[in-house]
Write a protein of this length. Sequence first.
Length: 416
Amino acid sequence: MAASPAPPQAPPKPTWDPRRPEPPFPWLRPTIRIRLTLLYGGMFLIAGILLLSIIYLLAAQALNTGNEPLFKIADGDAIKVTSDNCPAVNNASNLTLPEFNSAISACIDHQRQVALDNLLSRSLLALLGLAVIAFAFGYAMAGRVLSPLGRITRTARAVAGSDLSRRIELDGPDDELKELADTFDEMLERLQRAFTAQQRFVGNASHELRTPLAINRTLLEVHLSDPNAPMELQQLGKTLLATNERSEQLVEGLLLLARSDNQIVERKPVDLAEVAEQAVDQVHGEAQAKGVVIRGEQKPAVVQGNGVLLERIALNLVQNAVRYNVPEGGWVEVTTEVQHGQAVLVVSNTGPVVPAYEIDNLFEPFRRLRTERTGSDKGVGLGLSIVRSVARAHGGHISAQPREGGGLVMRVTLPV
């Protein structure tokens, strides 16, 4: 019997302490609210000062334009009034005094309106420029303030990919984001210890459960090898041997189900076509004995994962398709290909009619069609549960659909 793997070691102690003492003045803590208030308040103050300065300069320029002399008196044999901004007074000699005063007032109003229009248009341009600068500066500063959230998100994604050893260990001011990061690190520490304890339990249980079953099998085989044993004793031994074999399959299935519930850390390129061919070869003898034809084309479909667990997916599906088939003229079709950037394994078979409402129950442990739980020689009821767990551990999923006329279509999709 192969030696059981050594149980995993406990994870190292964290290098940070999430339970640091409270500061003496908690109201002086540089929280995100205070930092954002100071940041955007300061930006608003600076933008207001710049805007007031620009308006002041523009107003001064407008006042200079509005105070330019409207006309000048030229020397000569007679007094003559000329104006570049008010052409109406150039012919002052032909105007009466009321007409001349009215022309001067109209020119003053026109010059004042031009100055105000220039002030308004330039102020709007200045405001637009400051708004663009303020939005750009605010976007950059907000990204800098909220950058720890990106670090927390990246760590969470790494943990979702089954790397529980990752920690954020965020540096910087003791604000809400650092408190969130430290709390997240503490949660990861507890999760890692829980998963390590589970793996250690699985490793110990595998040894404790396999050893007595192996001893029982050896003793039964020794007694069955005795040619002088009574027929009744031989029949009893064969029954006990079959029961022991079923118990071994159950133990192996439970241990594999427990291991496959976790994400796969070490991934290597695995071709689903090769995995499917290996599964077909292993089930070929059983299929011939039952009169079931296995067919289908396996196209290359390389994924990143664990080859042993992926082979278990194909083997369980093909075995179920052969065992749960029609008595005569049955077939199983196994295909692999890449569709829409994903590797797909499809196992179709003839068989009894499966109601649609029974599909979800097939993936539950110890559940079979018609809720059969015991007394079956076709397995221990963990095959599809293991397939679903292994597929999820590889970031994929499995779906089942009833075939017209009986049987199922099992479709496993895995990321390439």
